[in-house]
Design a protein around this ligand. Structure first.
Ligand code: ADP
Ligand code: ZN
Length: 721
C-alpha cells in the first residue's frame, strides 16, 4: 500500500506517515488516527520508505477530491515550517480558513434564499399593515429574491417564519455566484488624476514587470500619492485579467479604504479581516481561488489567500508591526509576501512613508527597486517638526506652559490641535503618598493602570482588573495619588484648560468596533471637534486636514528603551503623525516635548527627516551587527517557577557550539499572567548558519526533561522582546 506523509495539527516538528490504498495528491485533507483521537490533516507528499512499517496506520477518510492547498501554497508552507522552525501541521492550519481546518467542504455549497410565493400578490401587502416588520420584509422580497444571510441582517427569524407560515414567501436553494473572471466584463475605470512625474515613473516601472518576480519599495511621505500609484498599477493588472492581493494593517482596513478601490474599478472587492465571520472568510477564499474576485484586501493572514490568476501583491504600510504574528506561528506577512511573489512570479509593491529598516536596506542594496515620491500630491506642505525642552518647566497635565500657549493660539484661530500620548487610561500608576507602595498586578509584577471612568485598576499586560482602592493596600492610609498621564486624565485636564474647545478622545477604550471609530473620524473632519487626544490609533491611516498643531507629550521613554527597535518605532510614529496633519492652505507644525532636546536621534529626525534618520540608524545597526545585518532568533521560555524557565534556557544554550548567545535573561516584560519570562538570543551574521545550528539543536532541546515543564517557543526575526 502507498505510504503517505500527512501534516497533523499537533505541536511536533514533523509530518507523520500513514498508508492508503492509492497515492493521494499533496494538499488534500484526510482524517487520520492520532493517539486515541481522529484528526484532520493535510497530505504533504507520498513517500517510499518508513522506519517501522508495522506501526503505520491507515488513513481513515479523504475529505477532498482536489487539493485545498495548491503547489505554490504547499511550497510556502514548507518554507514556513523550515524557516520558522515550526510544526508543519500548525503551519498548514494557519494557512487554511477556520472552517476548512474543521473539515467543512472546500466547494461552495448551495445557499438558502427567499422569494415571494407564486400565489402572493399586491393585496397581501395591504393585509400586513398591522405587522409592519412583516410588511417591510415582504416589500424587500417583492423587489428581488434575497439570500437568507442578507435578509437576516435586517429581519428577525420570527418575521421570516411568520411570512413562511402565511405562505407569502418561500425558501429555495441557489448555487453561489462563483463565475470565473466575470469581473473582467464589469471592470470600468473611474475618474483618476494625471500622475505627477514621480508617480508616472513608479507606475511604469511596476507595470513593466508583468508576470515576473520584481520587488519594489515605494517610499513616499503620507499624502504623496502612493495609493494612486497602487491604483494605476492595479488597473493594468486587472485589465490583463489577473488578480491583485493587497495587505493592509488591521486598523487601516476601513470602509473608506475599500471604497477607494470599488469606486475606481466598479467591481466587487473581497475583504478579509479579524471581524468577519468564518463563513464569509471561506467565501472570499473560494472566490479568490476560483478566479471570481479581481481584488482582495485583507490583514496579515490574507497573505494565505489562494489566487487562480495571480497578478500582483501589495503590502501597504509595510513597516506596520501588525504584520508580524506574535504567537503560534510567528511569521512576518511582509517576508512571506516576498517569498510568495517570488514563487508566483509576480511583482510585489511594499509601500510606506516610513519603511522598515529591513526593507530600506534591501532597497539600498538594490535587492528591491527603490521608487520614491518626495512631494505631497495636490500641493500639501510638509509638517514642520520642532522639539520643546521641558526641563525645569512647570507642567500641567503633562503639558509645558510653552505647549499650552501654542495650543491656545491654534485653537483661537479655529484650527484643530492633536495631542498624542502613548498611554490609555487615567494614569499608568497608583501609589500611596504616605508609604510609597505602588498598587501592582500580582501576576505580572507591573503597576496597575488607573481607569477613573470605571473606577477600576487594569493590568495592561494580562487584562486583570480590580476596583479602585480607597486606601493603600499596604499601610491603609487614604492618601492615594496617581503617577504619570494617560489619555483619560489629559482629556479631563484639557477640558478644564480649554472649556470652549470641543474635544474627542481616541484610544482603544473609547473606540470599540470599527463603526464607532469611523463615526468619530468623520466628525473630526467635519470639524465637530477642535481638540483631538489619542494614542497610536491616530497615527494610522487617517488624514486630518484641519489639524495645524500636533503635540507629542513625551518621547523620552523611547530614546532610552531596552528595545533596540524603540527609536525606529518612535521615528515611524512621529513621522506618521506629522503626515496626518495639514493641507495646502494650512501647513501643520509638530512639537515634541522632551527632557533631551539635544539627543542626536531626535535632532536627526526633526532636522533631516525619516529617510536620513533611518539611513543613520542602519549604520548603527551595522556596527552592532543587529538586524538587518545580523540575524536573531529568540528562544523564549516561561513558567510559574522562574527558575525552571531559566534553567531550561541555560540547558538549551549548552546545545549550541558555533553560535553567539546572549542570555538567558529576563524578557523586557519579566512576568506576565503569573509566569516568569526568560529569553535566549541566538545571533549571527550568517542567516543560513544560524538556522542550520538551530535545526541541529532542536531535537536535543525538545528531548530535554524541562522541555515539557515550561512553555517555550522559537521566534525567528523577533520584533518584540
Ligand atoms: P498616500 O497613499 O501616499 O497617502 P494618496 O494616494 O492617498 O497618498 O493621495 C493623497 C491625495 O492626493 C488623495 O486625495 C489623492 O486623490 C490625491 N492625489 C494623488 N495623486 C494625485 C495627482 N497626481 N494629482 C492630483 N491629486 C492626486
Ligand atoms: Zn497582570
Amino acid at each position: 500500500m502507498p505510504l503517505i506523509d500527512v501534516a497533523v495539527p499537533v505541536p511536533l516538528r514533523q509530518t507523520f506517515t500513514y498508508s492508503f490504498e492509492q497515492s493521494l495528491m499533496p494538499g488534500v485533507r484526510v482524517t487520520v488516527p492520532f493517539g486515541n483521537r481522529t484528526m484532520t490533516g493535510v497530505v504533504t507528499g507520498n513517500t517510499a520508505h518508513t522506519d517501522n512499517p508495522d506501526k503505520v496506520k491507515p488513513i481513515t477518510g479523504v475529505l477532498d477530491t482536489s487539493p485545498v492547498l495548491d503547489e505554490c501554497q504547499l511550497t510556502l508552507c514548507r518554507w514556513l515550517w523550515q524557516y520558522y522552525h515550526h510544526a508543519p501541521g500548525e503551519v498548514i492550519h494557519t494557512a487554511l480558513p477556520v472552517l476548512l481546518r474543521k473539515g467543512a467542504s472546500a466547494e461552495p455549497e448551495p445557499e438558502l434564499w427567499y422569494r415571494l410565493s407564486p400565489t402572493a400578490s399586491e393585496a397581501d401587502s395591504a393585509d400586513l399593515s398591522r405587522a409592519p416588520k412583516q410588511r417591510d420584509c415582504f416589500g424587500a422580497l417583492q423587489k428581488a429574491p434575497l439570500s437568507a444571510d442578507v435578509l437576516k441582517q435586517t429581519f428577525s427569524a420570527t418575521v421570516i417564519k411568520a411570512l413562511l407560515e402565511r405562505n407569502l414567501i418561500e425558501a429555495f436553494s441557489r448555487e453561489p455566484d462563483s463565475a470565473d473572471r466575470l469581473w473582467t466584463d464589469k471592470l470600468t475605470i473611474g475618474s483618476k488624476p494625471v500622475p505627477d512625474q514621480e508617480q508616472a515613473v513608479a507606475i511604469s516601472a511596476i507595470v513593466q514587470k508583468k508576470q515576473t518576480f520584481a520587488p519594489f519599495l515605494l517610499e513616499g511621505v503620507t499624502g504623496s500619492g502612493k495609493t494612486e500609484v497602487y491604483l494605476q498599477a492595479i488597473e493594468s493588472v486587472l485589465k490583463a485579467g489577473r488578480q491583485v492581493l493587497i495587505l493592509v494593517p488591521e486598523i487601516g482596513l476601513t470602509p473608506q479604504t475599500v471604497s477607494r478601490f470599488t469606486t475606481r474599478f466598479g467591481i466587487e472587492v473581497g475583504v478579509l479581516h479579524s471581524q468577519i465571520t468564518d463563513k464569509a472568510r471561506l467565501r472570499v477564499w473560494q472566490q479568490a481561488r476560483d478566479g471570481a474576485l479581481g481584488i482582495i484586501i485583507g490583514t496579515r493572514s490574507a497573505i494565505f489567500t489562494p489566487l487562480k490568476y495571480p497578478g500582483m501583491l501589495i503590502v501597504d504600510e509595510e513597516h506596520d508591526e501588525s504584520f508580524k504574528q506574535q504567537d503560534g506561528l510567528r511569521y512576518h506577512a511582509r517576508d512571506l509576501a516576498v517569498m510568495r511573489a517570488n514563487q508566483e512570479n509576480i511583482p510585489l509593491v511594499l509601500g510606506s512613508a516610513t519603511p522598515s529598516l529591513e526593507s530600506l536596506n534591501n532597497a539600498i542594496n538594490k535587492r528591491y527597486q527603490h521608487l520614491q515620491l518626495t512631494r505631497r500630491a495636490a500641493g500639501a506642505q510638509v509638517t514642520v517638526q520642532h522639539v520643546l525642552d521641558v526641563t525645569d518647566q512647570p507642567m500641567r497635565f503633562g503639558l509645558a506652559e510653552g505647549t499650552l500657549s501654542l495650543m491656545r493660539q491654534h485653537l483661537d484661530q479655529g484650527n484643530q490641535v492633536l495631542v498624542f500620548v502613548n498611554r490609555r487610561g487615567y494614569a499608568p500608576a497608583l501609589l500611596c503618598h504616605h508609604c510609597g507602595h505602588t498598587e501592582s498586578c500580582q501576576r505580572c509584577e507591573r503597576p496597575y493602570t488607573v481607569h477613573k471612568a470605571h473606577r477600576r485598576l487594569h493590568c495592561h499586560h494580562c487584562g486583570a482588573t480590580r476596583p479602585l482602592p480607597a486606601s493603600c493596600t499596604q499601610c491603609g492610609k487614604t492618601e492615594m495619588v496617581t503617577e504619570g498621564i494617560g489619555t483619560e486624565q489629559l482629556e479631563q485636564g484639557l477640558s478644564q484648560l480649554f472649556p470652549d474647545a470641543p474635544q474627542v478622545r481616541i484610544d482603544s477604550d473609547s473606540v470599540r468596533g470599527k463603526d464607532k471609530l469611523q463615526g468619530m473620524l468623520d466628525a473630526i473632519n467635519q470639524q465637530q471637534y477642535q481638540l483631538l487626544i489619542g494614542t497610536q490609533i491616530l497615527s494610522k491611516g487617517h488624514h486630518f486636514p484641519h489639524v495645524t498643531l500636533v503635540v507629542v507629550l513625551d518621547c523620552d521613554g523611547a530614546l532610552f528603551s531596552g528595545d533596540y527597535r524603540a527609536p525606529e518605532k518612535l521615528a515611524q510614529l512621529v513621522t506618521q503623525l506629522a503626515g496626518r496633519a495639514g493641507r495646502a492652505s494650512k501647513p501643520g507644525q509638530m512639537w515634541l516635548q522632551t527632557h533631551n532636546p539635544q539627543h542626536p536621534l531626535l535632532q536627526d529626525l526633526i532636522n533631516n527627516g525619516y529617510g536620513h534618520f533611518a539611513r543613520h540608524a542602519l549604520l548603527e545597526r551595522k556596527m552592532a551587527v543587529q538586524p538587518p545585518f545580523g540575524v536573531q532568533i529568540l528562544v523564549r521560555a516561561e513558567a510559574q517557577d522562574g527558575q525552571l524557565a531559566f534553567q531550561f534556557l541555560a540547558d538549551a544554550a549548552s546545545c549550541f557550539e558555533h553560535v553567539q548567545l546572549i542570555g538567558p535573561m529576563p524578557g523586557l516584560i519579566e512576568k506576565r499572567q503569573g509566569r516568569f519570562r526568560f529569553m535566549l538570543v541566538l545571533q549571527s551574521d550568517k542567516r543560513k548558519h544560524l538556522h542550520e545550528q538551530l535545526r541541529l539543536a532542536l531535537p536535543a532541546i525538545t528531548a530535554m526533561p524541562l522541555a515539557s515543564k515550561v512553555r517555550w517557543s522559537v521566534d525567528v526575526d523577533p520584533t518584540d522582546f
